[in-house]
Design a protein around this ligand. Structure first.
Ligand SMILES: CO[C@H](O)CCc1ccc(O)cc1
Length: 117
């Protein structure tokens, strides 16, 4: 009989996976544009164009502060971060290329931890 995981254990496993994935993203060679918030005082255009800034340090802090109710909320913030990058950067720019590479790495890790049924 396949043991049914209690909801609490399921949440804990999901949290461990989310922490593991962001730790791998943080040390990825293409993470450099995403490690810290974009300096919106240095780049006022960014503040005007990107309504919801997001970066890896903010996501890590939300994880550590238990602010994600589900793994889907966490995934949403990562996709927001990558979509912001595509909005603001040309695909063939250094930051744009890093964004596409890191997004691909993330989606692969996501599917490893949470295989689509
Ligand atoms: C996640 O990285 C940001 O999209 C970088 C935004 C940016 C790129 C080039 C600049 O000269 C200024 C800001």
């Amino acid at each position: 009989v396949v043991p049914v995981m209690q909801p609490v254990q399921k949440e804990q496993k999901d949290l461990q996976s989310c922490k593991s994935i962001i730790s791998e993203l943080e040390v990825h060679e293409d993470a450099w544009p995403f490690l810290l918030p974009v300096n919106t005082r240095q780049f006022p255009t960014y503040k005007k164009i990107i309504k919801k800034p997001m970066d890896l340090s903010a996501i890590k802090k939300k994880l550590d502060d238990n602010l994600y109710k589900t793994r889907e909320e966490y995934c949403e913030d990562l996709r927001l971060m990558f979509n912001n990058c595509e909005t603001f950067n040309e695909d063939d720019s250094p930051v744009g290329k890093a964004g596409h590479n890191l997004r691909s790495f993330f989606e692969t890790k996501w599917n490893e931890h949470f295989p689509p049924t």
